[in-house]
Design a protein around this ligand. Structure first.
Ligand code: IMP
Length: 427
């Protein structure tokens, strides 16, 4: 049995897309289980760049089946466009399947996301404004519309009418904004439904069947541990469950079927949006990481905040997702650094904190305690074997392993598919 869950161990943008793409070579099935088009993956294959938001990166391999699971919220207009773009780039989507239970992101969700952010003023979350939070809110409130509903004109029309009655009222009365016209949304969405119809099915069935047959299944998380609705830096989180437990709920598989959980972490830390970030570098070193690591959002283009590696965060990710290994990405971004710093704990007032605090008030006052290590100061982007990495780079990795308590399995030394060093094979 080989069902591997791959999650983000930090605040998202850890390079999961590249790693999923790499592992998808050997996987039979790649499954997305949460989030929506707030996520963005950039995959570089032979100098061609693919930007994916909803479709699993496995789509780039014709022999790999890709699944968008029930836990994902789907903006069908975005999905149709993404399929069209892939088609134009010569990539077939015949291997994609979409869960009939996945909820839809509706135009009013996106509008509400925008309006709510504006209204929050100084307390804004910094959402991607893709309507993801409001779509999950409707799911929890049991007023959401699912993929299966989109395939039946009468059912969809009725659900849309009920929702528009409430949402148009809310938009007008609370936010002073214009609402949506029933016929326009109805016809537009039904046309998306027709384009997606042949791909919609009970995906839990297919995933469980594949596991039963001993196929290799990769569950691809979006966002990261600290953006998890329960375990993240609430309220500066997304509205889904990027931690490993989310894979079971969002794909319809039991925990006993999962064989391994791996966390993807950058060699440093980045964050987009608001909220405390203890190891943030606001000066020239942060700018260096941003430029060298090209740290700008795939979805929104926003510059990412950058900082030193934080082991309090990685230990937390190991705990809440039961990680049995780490994948370290963008190690090459540190090539020019003279000295590297690793945060081993936080100083809060006069005491030391070794576990990630849940109170944002406490987190905001935490001072990172650092260990320093010498940089390797050489180009590692051509390394393909672990032994080809400079000793100082291997020392840096070993220290992360020691402090995290789990091994590092893969190391990424550049954006290309081949720029991946295997320390310990995954499948
Ligand atoms: P939302 O998911 O658009 O509601 O945004 C909530 C928070 O999650 C914001 O801080 C976003 O910047 C962050 N976020 C959402 N998706 C991603 C992602 O794919 N990478 C990094 N941050 C994300």
């Amino acid at each position: 049995m080989s069902a591997v869950v791959l999650i983000g161990a930090q605040w998202g943008d850890e390079g999961k897309g590249k790693i999923t793409d790499y592992l998808a070579q050997e996987a039979d099935l790649v499954v997305r289980y949460q989030g929506g088009n707030n996520a963005g993956h950039t995959v570089v294959v032979e100098k061609r760049t693919f930007k994916l938001h909803l479709i699993p990166s496995g789509i780039l391999y014709p022999g790999t089946q890709c699944i968008i699971g029930n836990g994902v919220v789907i903006d069908p207009g975005v999905l149709v466009k993404e399929l069209e773009q892939l088609r134009q780039q010569g990539v077939s989507s015949h291997n994609l399947r979409i869960s009939d239970c996945a909820h839809l992101v509706m135009p009013y969700h996106q509008k509400l996301d925008e309006m709510q952010e504006t209204q929050r003023g100084a307390y804004k979350i910094g959402t991607t404004k893709r309507g993801v939070g409001p779509a999950y809110a409707d799911k929890a409130a049991r007023t959401g519309i699912r993929m299966a509903d989109l395939l039946n004109r009468e059912i969809f029309a009725e659900l849309l009418a009920r929702n528009l009655e409430e949402k148009n009222h809310l938009l007008a009365q609370v936010y002073g904004a214009e609402g949506f016209v029933f016929e326009e949304v109805l016809e537009r969405y039904l046309s998306y439904g027709e384009k997606l119809r042949s791909l919609v099915t009970d995906t839990s069935l297919a995933i469980n069947q594949a596991i039963k047959e001993g196929k290799r299944v990769l569950f691809e998380g979006a966002q990261g541990t600290l953006l998890d609705l329960d375990h993240g830096t609430y309220p500066y989180v997304t509205s889904s469950y990027p931690t490993a437990g989310g894979a079971c709920i969002g794909a319809g598989v039991g925990p006993t079927k999962i064989s391994s959980v791996l966390g993807v972490a950058k060699a440093y830390v980045t964050r987009v949006g608001e909220g405390p970030f203890p190891t943030e570098l606001t000066g020239p070193e942060g700018e260096h990481l941003r430029q060298r690591g090209y740290e700008f959002g795939t979805t929104t283009g926003r510059p990412r905040r950058c900082g030193w590696q934080d082991m309090v965060i990685l230990r937390y990710a190991v705990r809440v997702s039961g990680l049995d290994g780490l994948i370290l990405t963008k190690l090459d971004v540190l090539d020019e650094m003279d000295t590297l710093r690793i945060c081993t704990g936080y100083r809060y007032r006069n005491s030391m904190i070794n576990e990630f605090p849940h109170s944002l008030h406490v987190l905001a006052q935490c001072e990172p305690v650092y260990e320093e290590m010498p940089g390797w100061r050489q180009d590692i982007s051509e390394a393909r074997e672990y032994g080809e990495l400079p000793v100082k780079a291997r020392d840096y990795i070993s220290r992360i392993e020691e402090l995290a308590g789990v091994p590092v399995k893969l190391v990424a030394v550049g954006p290309g598919r081949h720029q991946t060093v295997i320390k310990d094979p995954i499948f």
